[in-house]
Design a protein around this ligand. Structure first.
Ligand SMILES: [Zn+2]
Length: 337
């Protein structure tokens, strides 16, 4: 079931892995810019076009948004994806995020499955099951397992991703553990939302470390994807804890402050002192400069994380990004055995 090889291990649980799909290879830790119709001010197709026009090597798109397009737009997107995938990676998520926010109870397994038949992709996520009183009373583990197994049966794609949620970090760790106990070779990739890992950054690094330790017991090549994670400081910390891939909408909704490794308001681009080719190009539309500046940052930043891991320098890189004091405090809270 594994689709990855560990190329290098270093500080903490950090690792560089290579995921191979068909003839393509993706090196981790890496970041997928996500596209969604919910919570952003730009149209899905224009964001998609931007990523394709600049040959950005990865993207995440929602099955719900693809389903919501009219036939002409969807066919155009499907043909663009086919072309784009020759060089780049497409991750389709289940669309539960959008349908939940839109309160669209009509989004179900059948529509999700039908949508996946209309497009190509490298990775696709299982249909999420959110923890609720109802699913708990019916047996949350069984509900999650059913959804993962039905989702896996949709396609023979090796890039199948089993998605987990938990209303608390303890529940999240427990559901992953119980599911892995029940089904061996569940999937080569698991995904979990950053927000379910805890409220504070200490909670989050502890949860992600625990999950890495758990996965390693079964197969250390299992890739851990963190959904909704794009803060540069968190990308460094979670890479240290053994997370491999990340996605978020931050590249659309924020401006990355490259000096402070912070996310800030998009209106501050002219004061960012950034020397990148997009920030310097004042003839470009402002918002396009912001998006491209952010995309370039994520590309370079994740590359620098991978280099730091390969050079056994991740802790010192984290100290540069977060400050020594914070790194010491975080390290004191994580125990790797
Ligand atoms: Zn810039």
């Amino acid at each position: 079931m594994s689709i990855s090889d560990i190329m290098y291990r270093s500080d903490g649980k950090s690792r560089v892995t290579a995921i191979s799909i068909d003839a393509k290879s993706l090196v981790t830790p890496t970041y997928f810019p996500a596209i969604s119709s919910f919570g952003v001010k730009h149209r899905v197709d224009s964001l998609f076009d931007l990523l394709v026009d600049y040959s950005y090597p990865r993207l995440l798109i929602s099955a719900y948004d693809i389903h919501s397009m009219d036939t002409t737009k969807r066919k155009r997107l499907a043909s663009q994806i086919k072309q784009y995938m020759k060089q780049s990676f497409v991750f389709v998520d289940s669309g539960r995020f959008e349908s939940w926010w839109y309160k669209d109870s009509g989004w179900n397994f059948e529509l999700f499955s039908e949508t996946l038949k209309k497009i190509e992709y490298d990775f696709y996520a299982s249909l999420d099951v959110f923890p609720s009183f109802q699913t708990r009373s019916q047996g949350y583990v069984d509900a999650v397992l059913n959804s993962i197994e039905s989702s896996r049966a949709i396609s023979s794609s090796p890039g199948f991703i089993a998605v987990f949620h938990g209303s608390t970090p303890i529940e999240l760790v427990s559901i992953i553990e119980k599911t892995l106990e029940k089904v061996k070779n569940l999937s080569g990739i698991i995904a979990l939302p950053e927000r379910d890992c805890g409220v504070s950054i200490i909670d989050k690094v502890q949860t992600i470390s625990k999950i890495r330790k758990l996965l390693d017991k079964y197969d250390d090549r299992i890739i851990m994807h963190i959904l909704g994670c794009g803060h540069p400081k968190s990308l460094a910390l979670f890479s240290f804890c053994g997370a491999d891939t990340f996605d978020s909408l931050d590249w659309i909704n924020s401006l990355v402050d490259i000096k402070r490794f912070e996310l800030t308001d998009i209106s501050y681009l002219n004061f960012s002192d950034c020397e990148c080719k997009f920030c310097k190009n004042e003839s470009m539309i402002y918002i396009e400069r912001v998006l491209l500046h952010n995309l370039l940052f994520y590309q370079d930043f994740m590359k620098s994380i991978r280099e730091s891991i390969r050079e056994d320098e991740l802790v010192s890189k984290m100290k540069n990004i977060l400050g020594s004091d914070m790194v010491q405090r975080v390290l004191a809270k994580i125990r790797f055995e």
